[in-house]
Design a protein around this ligand. Sequence first.
Ligand code: DP6
Length: 334
Amino acid sequence: MVTARSTPNIALIKYWGNRNNELRLPAADSLSMSLSSPSVEIDVNFADELTIRSFEADGLRKELTDKHIDRFRKHLELTKNFLKTLGAEHAIPAAVSITIRSAIPSAVGLASSAAVFSCLARAYAALIEPVIALTDMQMSVIGRLGSGSAARSIFGGYVALRTGTGNGIASAIAEQIAPEDHWTLHDIVVIPSKEEKKIGSTEGHSLASTSPFFAARVEAIGTRRQQECISAILARDFEKLQKITEEDALDMHHVMETSTPPLHYLTEDTHRIIKAIEELRISEHVPVLYTMDAGPTVHLLCPSESLQRIRTFAQEQKGCTVFETHAGPGAAIV
Ligand code: DP6
């Protein structure tokens, strides 16, 4: 048996829309910061049949739906297909038993699927190591086959997922841009509502291309945004990072809101928090940026110098839950 641990990541250039939904080949590049917490631990072992047990943050067993189980089954099948392309088709002879222990509070706007599938990819790699030694980039492919953003949580720090070309199973791969100690950015997560989101990312990705603004977004990322974001990170230029990250997050929500059917993830609370942050930046010149994924939660990223001020700001937001984390090391064997 092997055990791995991993965490979610927060995207600075967002992944939204695939060129191949089954293989989760993204339509555009994306870039994220791996988070130091909350974490997920997974035990895996060889088994005759696929079994999955999942435990929540409170230690209670979570009942998995057929849809959940099918996702893991499909992921195992795709992983075997990928291993076949590496000449290691028998590395997982039959199936596996999986035990998930998650410390991620459900529906807080932190992508638990990224943590789970990056963790599982790392664990699978350790399990089959006597047969084949996978590189981190190959593990990112296995992560991506379960959840697109999971490819990025394989690595620590700042990570790019390259869209690549073609429909090959390994054509989109993640790579590290800079390790977590290059720049300690904090993520103060402000959660306005704990309601489960209506439409999950998997369904959302398949609607993205119905927005008339989708093509322009893919183009902007490909020609400019991804590279600008990488440059800002390498130069530790917070102002530049703020501009590009906010532009991309708002653009993604514009695509979501103009797809058919439209997806409205941001709420009045989200807009109120964003507005207050913009005012705070003007009045107090505090370095801080906001970004939102597929939900109303606002991630406030800031360097250490403004952490205390942003912490206070977050605690003042009425009716919101606050969670604090920072740049972290990515998936690892325990
Ligand atoms: C808005 O990776 O969660 O958080 O592959 O269906 O699991 P699946 O999608 P997922 O999509 C992430 C969407 C996002 C942006 C991002 O993290 O890049």
